[in-house]
Design a protein around this ligand. Structure first.
Ligand code: G6P
Length: 482
């Protein structure tokens, strides 16, 4: 083994990492610490320990710059004061097949039940090639983790990109203690069965290589257990949530990731957020605001959200001129054709709504498609109503972060199909995300709610939303490995 390599006691593996790497004009690689709960949570949980975070994804812009710069073999290492970050250098075609072809076009679609099933993929030769690259991508992570881990180290593997990794690690290093956490829903066996039998098995067995499996909601954990019973004939205890398979007992637990209230409040107090808030206020006047913030993502149900807003303006004309909908829909996974088509639908519907209702004095809808984090925080601060209506979502942190920053105590219109509904259901206005009329009525109820009721509900939402902040959430994954 290479004596030069520093071995870590705690390792994290995720496709997207905690730093944004960027390629300078001279081709050199720089890095900037990323925001987000996981990074700040992990940093405090990992304080005083030696942690190595292995990741693989560059942003699209960085990837283009990397392709144009030199031989592309850059030393992709960052040191964030005790926490080291390694960006794997995976060949572009392997990365694309694994990330776009399998993780985002197959696994994401299955777990969110997004296929229009008559047109679902045929799992032919093209799929098999991509699957081989998904394996190779997981194996590249395994190599880096094996080299970088101390005897008995704890490894926290994140999400569907890395479902095969736990088993790969266990096969070669039984001393490691391995956790896998799913940030997505898990599909019930009735839907999961559309995957080829050998692929279903490889995925489930891959995950069961871990000692501990974490999910965001009991719904997803229980669906996983049912898949293990049905497709592996594993012995499952649905009450204690364990799976007995291959002579081992694997624990399955729910860790409902919450918002990082302190980090958010600190970031939202910065000058750029105040500037964005002033610019938005200038644009919308003192009208009531319905806010949504999402990646432009099929599962987020943005089209039905806009239809619900249109329905509100049609059926409740008293709101015309009185309310503006700020819809932030940021570009995401633009290599997946379905996402491009969806983005186009969102844009067209927004135009139709504007054409139908706009007057010289009133802009009914502001659709913003360029990603601007401080502007999102400004919108959370200003929101009267927050609309979160996914057709299926592992958790949805917007539903938790929005109320934390809301200055007027926002009302939350929330889909029953988001994991966040488990914690926030009592004080949100819950809706069936497919039911546009019900969603429109919930928007009306939210806008009409007396201010005292709204702020009382919002206080309780904040309490529930911050019950398990990222640092404690991460600590619970590690503790489960004791
Ligand atoms: C979801 C996934 C994450 C992913 C994020 C953004 O939250 O669970 O693993 O990082 O979406 O998607 P992207 O493809 O841009 O990383």
């Amino acid at each position: 083994m290479n004596e030069q390599v520093d071995k870590a006691q705690i390792l994290v593996a995720s496709n997207r990492g905690p730093v944004s790497f960027s390629i300078g004009a001279d081709g050199s690689l720089g890095h900037r610490r990323g925001g987000g709960g996981l990074v700040s949570g992990l940093s405090s949980a990992a304080e005083g320990t030696d942690t190595l975070w292995v990741c693989a994804a560059l942003s699209d812009a960085d990837r283009k710059a990397a392709a144009e710069s030199g031989d592309g073999r850059i030393d992709r290492v960052a040191d964030l004061g005790g926490m080291r970050v390694t960006m794997l250098d995976i060949p572009q075609d392997v990365f694309d097949n694994a990330y776009t072809g399998i993780a985002n076009s197959t696994l994401w679609f299955v777990q969110h039940m997004l296929y229009d099933t008559p047109n679902a993929p045929d799992f032919g030769a093209g799929f098999r090639t991509r699957w081989a690259d998904y394996r190779a991508y997981n194996a590249a992570f395994a190599e880096a983790l094996l080299t970088g881990s101390d005897e008995g180290a704890k490894v926290a593997v994140q999400d569907y990109h890395l479902a095969l990794l736990p088993r790969m690690l266990r096969g070669r290093r039984p001393d490691l203690r391995i956790a896998h956490f799913s940030h997505t829903p898990w599909a019930p066996p009735e839907y999961f069965r559309l995957l080829p039998a050998d692929i279903r098995r490889e995925l489930l067995e891959g995950m069961l290589g871990a000692d501990h499996l974490g999910f965001l909601s009991p719904r997803w954990a229980d669906a996983f257990l049912r898949c293990c019973a049905e497709f592996l004939r594993a012995t499952v205890d649905p009450v204690r949530r364990t799976v007995e398979y291959g002579g081992r007992i694997i624990g399955v637990e729910v860790h409902a990731l919450g918002a990082d209230a302190d980090g958010l409040r600190e970031r939202a107090a910065a000058g750029d957020v105040a500037e964005r808030a002033a610019a938005l206020r200038e644009r919308v006047g003192d009208r009531r605001l319905i806010v949504r913030v999402d990646r432009t993502e099929l599962s987020k149900n943005i089209v039905r959200g806009l239809e619900a807003y249109r329905e509100l303006l049609r059926s409740r004309p008293e709101w015309r001129g009185e309310v503006t909908h700020l819809a932030f829909a940021y570009p995401s996974r633009t290599d997946v054709p379905e996402y491009l088509a969806y983005t186009e639908r969102v844009r067209r519907l927004a135009e139709e709504i504007t054409e139908e209702f706009a007057t010289p004095e009133w802009t009914p809808l502001v659709l913003e498609v360029n990603d601007d984090f401080p502007r999102s925080l400004a919108a959370y601060r200003m929101a009267d109503v927050l609309l979160v209506n996914p057709i299926r979502d592992g958790m949805n942190l917007v539903a938790k972060e929005g109320p934390v920053l809301s200055e007027r105590g926002c009302a939350l219109v929330l889909s029953t199909e988001a994991g966040a509904a488990d914690e926030l259901g009592a004080d949100a206005l819950l809706v069936n995300p497919y039911d546009v009329v019900e969603t429109a009525e919930a928007l009306h109820t939210a806008l009409s709610m007396p201010a005292e009721e709204r702020s009382a509900r919002c206080e309780r939402l904040v309490e529930a939303a911050t019950a398990l902040p990222p640092a404690r959430w991460f600590r619970r994954q590690l503790d489960a490995l004791r």
